[in-house]
Design a protein around this ligand. Structure first.
Ligand SMILES: Cc1cc2nc3c(=O)[nH]c(=O)nc-3n(C[C@H](O)[C@H](O)[C@H](O)COP(=O)(O)OP(=O)(O)OC[C@H]3O[C@@H](n4cnc5c(N)ncnc54)[C@H](O)[C@@H]3O)c2cc1C
Length: 407
């Protein structure tokens, strides 16, 4: 129990979090990953991964062990603990854990992932990774020329079933509805009905998954007649939804209706200094390679944020002298003479004033924070507070306008 200060606190030790940990610690930031279970995330539960570029085949746990080792080599700490509460309201982000530790971080990276919705059918847990799958993109190849069963009938389920027909000899969709009714959109339904490899079991649910070393069949129940039927199969794919691990963030950050975190292409969330990466964020493709890429981006964006914030705090917010904040951009020619004039003032009034230039092309955050929409713009700050916007931006006029304000 205690309070620890870190530069970057990462929530979740799956591929996204581990990659973020590697990049952040390699950037010489004091970095901690909090992982509630065993590091590795969802992929650690799968026996083989075949689409991690450069590695033809690897065990999921083996691959993520290497990711963890790699991050640790650069000084990243991986601590087993669950995040239960966050406070993102101040500059310092506060994260509380189940073991009652408190972490105070300059930046937080959320990499808490997602989980496929589990139905809890007999055998589902036991055969996970041994015939029970939640990801066709990941596992379809293992079922080349085999018979597989798909559970679900929404867009994802039907699309994945169609995808599986490129590999399997036969794909049977287990559908709870009456014959001909699918929840998938019309165009997907039409493609499904036109696919000769796709079969349907209507009014049916899976009652049990059977097997020995691996899956050998499923017992399905007709919900109208109650009749049980055993269907031999080598694979059972469930597509009944995915749940993001974001409940501990409710109300703290912007999410979509399903609980996925909204983040832009720099992984920035609705809160400054808080980033989201991997499966927990709203995105198109949830895979190890995209999670790792997100993690790298989040860490680099967090590093940039921390460095800029530290510079800004020292140079501007904690500055004893009045600060002349000059917003400029190399892309806006008209802003260049203002920078030159401000520098001349710095030379002349070095004991009275501190001139700080903000390149809004590189540092959009500070400009946004001060509501600067176009450059050049000049603000005068005292003890971190804006006291005036200087409208006179030409040499002598600027000097005149300022001289009364700083005397
Ligand atoms: C069975 C299966 C097979 C798959 N096969 C493949 C494949 O072959 N190829 C492929 O590219 N992708 C595959 N995927 C998808 C891939 O696993 C995910 O896209 C990837 O793991 C996402 O990584 P992530 O780090 O974003 O999240 P996750 O892997 O979900 O990791 C998130 C981590 O955060 C931890 N966590 C959550 N909440 C907290 C909290 N409050 N405090 C602390 N820790 C927390 C979790 O315990 C977890 O370890 C598969 C997925 C499944 C389910």
């Amino acid at each position: 129990m205690g309070t620890k200060e870190v530069d970057v606190l990462i929530i979740g030790g799956g591929p996204a979090g581990l990659t973020a940990g590697l990049y952040a610690s390699r950037a010489r930031l004091n970095t901690v990953i909090l992982e509630k279970g065993r590091h590795g995330g969802q992929i650690a539960t799968t026996q083989v991964i075949e689409n991690w570029p450069g590695t033809l085949k690897a065990g999921g746990a083996e691959l993520t062990d290497q990711m963890a080792e790699h991050a640790r080599r650069f000084g990243c700490q991986i601590i087993k603990d669950e995040v239960v509460e966050v406070d993102f309201s101040g500059y310092e982000k506060v994260v509380k854990t189940k073991k009652q530790d408190t972490y105070v971080a300059k930046a937080v990276i959320i990499a808490s992932g997602a989980e496929p919705r589990v139905l809890g059918i007999k055998g589902e847990r036991e055969f996970r990774g041994r015939g029970v799958s939640y990801c066709a993109t990941c596992d379809a190849d293992f079922y080349t020329d085999a018979s597989v069963v798909v559970v679900g009938n929404g867009d994802a389920a039907v699309e994945e079933a169609i995808y599986l027909t490129n590999f399997a000899a036969e794909v049977t969709l287990i559908v709870i509805h009456d014959e001909g009714i699918l929840d998938a959109t019309k165009v997907i339904q039409e493609r499904a009905f036109a696919n000769p490899k796709l079969k349907f079991k209507w009014n049916s649910v899976v009652e049990e998954i059977k097997g020995d070393e691996a899956v050998t069949g499923v017992v399905i129940r007709n919900i109208k007649t109650g009749q049980l039927e055993e269907l031999p199969t080598e694979g059972v794919f469930f597509f009944v939804g995915t749940l993001p691990n974001t409940s501990f963030l409710q109300g703290k950050i912007e999410m979509d209706a399903r609980g996925y975190i909204k983040a832009n292409d720099m992984m920035e969330t609705s809160v400054e200094g808080v980033y989201a990466c991997g499966d927990c964020r709203e995105k198109f493709l949830r895979q190890v390679v995209t999670a790792a890429a997100d993690g790298a981006i989040a860490a680099m964006a967090a590093e940039k944020y921390i460095r800029e914030e530290e510079f800004f705090r020292q140079e501007v917010l904690q500055q004893e002298k009045p600060v002349l904040l000059v917003f400029w951009s190399p892309m806006v020619e008209a802003s260049l003479p203002v920078v030159a004039d401000a520098e001349k003032l710095q030379e002349k009034w070095g004991d009275k004033i501190k001139v700080t230039k903000i390149d809004t092309y590189r540092n959009t955050k500070v400009a946004r924070r001060y509501g600067i929409e176009r450059v050049p713009a000049v603000l005068l700050l005292r003890q971190g507070q804006v006291v005036a916007q200087i409208r006179e931006l030409e040499g002598e006029e600027m000097e005149k306008a300022l001289s009364s304000l700083i005397s």
